[in-house]
Write a new protein. Structure first.
Length: 113
């Protein structure tokens, strides 16, 4: 049996992406979890330096999950959800990826204006 000791370029990119997303969440990822710019600045502050996360505005997943577990964030999230339901952006039974037990999945966006 031969062991493959190399990856093609697509495999390397996918592996690098998976490794990055295991540790970081981008601003786009937060927006997919219905965060707003104001909530990001209030709850998380400025993104970490470019040396740590690369050229993307990003925060450590551990920090995001810690913030999402706080009572203040949970209160904000319920108000945000109620506002989206009231404006018809989501239905009241829509399951959002912003629950604590849901994984942080990059690229999944919710429509809002």
């Amino acid at each position: 049996m031969t062991v493959r000791l190399y990856y093609n370029a697509a495999d390397r990119r996918a592996q690098a992406s998976n490794e990055w997303h295991a540790e970081w969440i981008s601003k786009r990822g937060l927006k997919a979890r219905i965060w707003t710019d104001k909530a990001i600045s209030e709850f998380l502050g400025a993104p970490l330096s470019a040396l740590s996360a690369g050229p993307v505005k990003a925060w450590k997943q551990k920090e995001v999950k810690k913030v999402e577990a706080t009572p203040a964030f949970k209160t904000w999230l319920e108000q945000r959800r109620a506002g989206l339901v009231a404006r018809g952006k989501i239905s009241s039974d829509t399951e959002l990826p912003c629950h604590l037990d849901a994984p942080i999945i990059p690229g999944k966006q919710h429509k809002e204006s």
